[in-house]
Design a protein around this ligand. Sequence first.
Ligand SMILES: [Zn+2]
Ligand SMILES: [Zn+2]
Length: 76
Amino acid sequence: MTNIKLKGNRCPTCNGRGTIIKNPFEVDCPKCNGTGLVNIANACKKCGGSGSIILPELAMETDCPRCNGTGLEPLK
Ligand SMILES: [Zn+2]
Ligand SMILES: [Zn+2]
């Protein structure tokens, strides 16, 4: 186990809202298909799909190094 705190599986592209602004329209987020949640089957194992992790020693949030902030498990 790790002591990294997860933010949950909120979609990092739309911040869990399910929509993004594509001027001048608000459209369904293409990453989560409007659900506001990332696909758990694909979610990065390090950050749980949030795309960022908390560094406990610094109490700082940073882009997840495993998925580069995408929240998706990298394909090999
Ligand atoms: Zn989304
Ligand atoms: Zn990640």
